[in-house]
Write a protein that binds this ligand. Structure first.
Ligand SMILES: [Mg+2]
Length: 223
């Protein structure tokens, strides 16, 4: 199985396995697709050197519990009779969308390392640099553009998304210790249930909470 890359709309870096999981699942099921979606930085991986911005394609490591939890969770979902696609959505505002740029090659190396170590991840989308403010608003999280591109790809297989069973896991949830609420707002814009990184991976380093009601409470405390 190999990994193919292309740029969608000239600045969304998109990687998928070939043959795609959707193609493989299509023959065994006609149900709606469950999308298991994840943010990347500080949700699945972090820099190995503890630098804020990692300096090479190898400067990364998985966060605690990530590999086992995702593998088990996806294996459990796949026991059902619906197709399951596991996807990563990432904002990469420092990446120049060109196959030869240093920043893209660094991202590519990192993502391919991650996909090799986690065979259950099928697809990766990253919003790279764009000068167009409209595109930026639509395609960088919290804009739902990357999810809409996924939905279009799923439709090319004649399949629809199961919005009840699908979910998005991220760390930017607007809590007082978060840098933003981009992941929470992205999930809301895409109409996906949202789960924090800490909840999904059972981490206890920060208080856990359940999405919208608690989110308001945290925002209130933060003010
Ligand atoms: Mg993050």
């Amino acid at each position: 199985m190999c990994i193919r890359w292309k740029f969608l709309n000239r600045f969304i870096a998109y990687a998928h396995r070939e043959p795609s999981q959707l193609e493989l699942d299509k023959s065994v099921s006609s149900g709606k697709v469950i999308v298991a979606a994840f943010d990347m930085d500080d949700t699945l991986i972090t820099s190995a050197s503890s630098l804020r911005f990692n300096h090479s394609a190898f400067d990364w490591k998985f966060l605690p519990n990530v590999r086992a939890t995702i593998s088990d969770h996806i294996a459990e979902l796949k026991k059902g009779d619906q197709p399951v696609v596991t996807v990563v959505f990432s904002n990469q505002g420092g990446v120049i969308p060109d196959f030869d740029s240093k920043s893209f090659l660094k991202l590519r190396g990192k993502v391919e390392g991650m996909l090799k170590a986690l065979p259950c991840i099928d697809m990766f989308f990253a919003a790279a640099i764009t000068k167009d403010p409209e595109q930026k608003k639509e395609f960088r999280k919290p804009g739902p553009g990357m999810f809409i591109l996924l939905e279009e790809i799923i439709k090319t297989y004649g399949l629809d998304i199961d919005f009840e069973q699908s979910f998005f896991v991220g760390d930017a949830a607007g809590r007082y210790f978060d840098h933003s609420d981009d992941d929470l707002k992205f999930a809301q814009a895409a109409h996906l249930p949202f789960i924090t990184t800490e909840e999904f991976f059972s981490l206890d380093k920060v208080p856990t909470f359940d999405t919208r009601k608690q989110y308001k409470k945290f925002r209130h405390i933060a003010k």
